[in-house]
Design a protein around this ligand. Structure first.
Ligand code: ADP
Ligand code: MG
Ligand code: MG
Ligand code: MG
Length: 401
């Protein structure tokens, strides 16, 4: 339909969707809405008024949407995203949207419409609890990560996959925005002027930055498993009894704790934000308690499921040495804490803030939540090497509020 890449208009997206084989009838009455609220891409929701059938078309733009054309960005992330969704579907098909079609020319993917779900971040801001969340996310993490690691794959096949998912431009964004810029006076930063003192104390904290340097190195060099790479609560869609993970355009081979830590960080950001969002003390306490319990259950569920997969699949003699899997899981727990700490701080100090905090008014109240996020973030990083169980991680959050 198109000979070379072009960003589709709403009208073009409709004719494109109509032309996809086996999706819409010839006489379909298609209605289109651009619903992208993310930082990077176009997302079209196209529905047939007659049959009720619908589809999502997600198209990568050759630049970052938040910043504009001055920040060029590879279209290859679209291939990575479609491929990562397909990989995940092999192991946890009920926890990701189905990919119908991928068009490399247009850097566009046709995916299952999840409009009956909402973005988890929005649900959390509203104070909604999701009873299925911990079970689903721990399954997602254990299965997507174990099955793409050296613990499962043939070493040749694994190295082939590392190559397939090499994602240098997207990794560079993380390297800068999560691991470097927030910790010095970088141009990309933008933070509430009322928290300048806390931010400067981070910039001046050599001990902390030294630990962040180690975490950055782990992110850049440890090809442990195929990560989602951007697993915040805006990349998870939910309803009461269903969880779907979307948007893996940052997928690459990295340290397992980076994905687990992304979820934990965002649950803890929600935790600090509810000092402001929930005005009624009983309700607030109950919701904050649920957030910490959910973080713990995600970890314990992940650990149990990872061990089950280990026992079932690991055959290598040296890896079966007693104590080794315990060492791996302890390292993942400590990585989880460290990466979660970085991810909390970057959302306060750096580019791309989160609505959980951004929506808090007035600025004085927001500053309190932001300061608490910074305190928790720092403690997670500094205390991570002494952690032995997940309750010690959540205790860091309990002690700050
Ligand atoms: P970006 O990479 O730009 O962040 P996302 O994949 O996160 O794009 O999508 C942006 C928004 O579009 C999501 O926050 C969600 O509201 C909506 N969206 C994305 N995928 C779907 C889907 N499969 N079904 C319904 N809505 C979706
Ligand atoms: Mg997104
Ligand atoms: Mg900010
Ligand atoms: Mg994205």
């Amino acid at each position: 339909m198109f000979e070379k890449y072009k960003a589709l208009t709403e009208k073009e997206a409709v004719s494109y969707a109509h032309s996809l084989p086996g999706l819409f009838a010839p006489d379909a009455e298609l209605l289109n809405k651009e619903i992208g609220d993310g930082n990077l891409n176009l997302v079209f929701h196209i529905a047939d008024q007659k049959s009720g059938k619908s589809v999502i078309l997600k198209q990568a733009l050759p630049y970052a949407r938040v910043v504009g054309e001055s920040w060029p960005l590879t279209l290859d992330r679209s291939r990575i995203e479609a491929e990562a969704l397909k990989q995940a579907a092999k192991r946890v098909s009920s926890l990701v949207p189905q990919v119908y079609f991928y068009d490399s020319q247009l850097a566009l993917t046709a995916i299952e419409d999840l409009s009956d779900h909402i973005i988890l971040r929005k649900g959390l801001i509203a104070g909604t609890r999701y009873p299925q969340l911990a079970e689903d996310l721990s399954t997602y993490l254990a299965h997507t990560l174990f099955y793409t690691s050296d613990y499962y794959l043939d070493p040749q096949e694994k190295k082939e996959k590392v190559r397939q998912f090499i994602n240098p431009e997207m990794c560079k964004i993380t390297e800068d925005l999560v691991f470097t810029d927030p910790y010095y006076n970088a141009d990309t930063n933008s933070f509430n002027p009322l928290i300048r003192e806390s931010v400067e104390s981070i910039w001046n904290n050599n001990e902390l930055k030294r630990e962040i340097a180690h975490l950055k190195e782990a992110f850049m060099t440890r090809t442990q498993a195929l990560l989602h790479g951007d697993l915040h609560t805006g990349s998870i869609m939910v309803k009461e009894d269903s969880t779907k993970v979307i948007d893996p355009e940052f997928a690459y081979y990295g340290p397992i704790g980076f994905d687990v830590g992304a979820i934990v960080a965002n649950l803890l950001l929600s935790y600090v934000s509810h000092e402001a969002h929930s005005l009624e003390p009983d309700k607030r306490e109950a919701f904050q308690k649920w957030l910490l319990e959910t973080s713990e259950k995600i970890w314990t569920g992940f650990e149990t499921k990872f061990r089950t997969l280990w026992e079932k699949h690991v055959k290598d003699e040296i890896w079966l040495t007693e104590g080794y899997v315990d060492d791996i899981l302890l390292q993942i727990l400590r990585d989880t804490a460290g990466f979660a700490g970085c991810k909390m701080m970057r959302r306060v100090i750096g580019l791309a803030p989160v609505a959980d905090l951004e929506l808090i008014e007035p600025a004085e109240v927001r500053a309190e939540a932001e300061t608490n996020a910074l305190l928790i973030g720092q403690q997670l990083i500094l205390k991570r090497k002494s952690l032995h169980k997940v309750s010690e991680l959540t205790d860091i959050a309990r002690q700050v509020l």
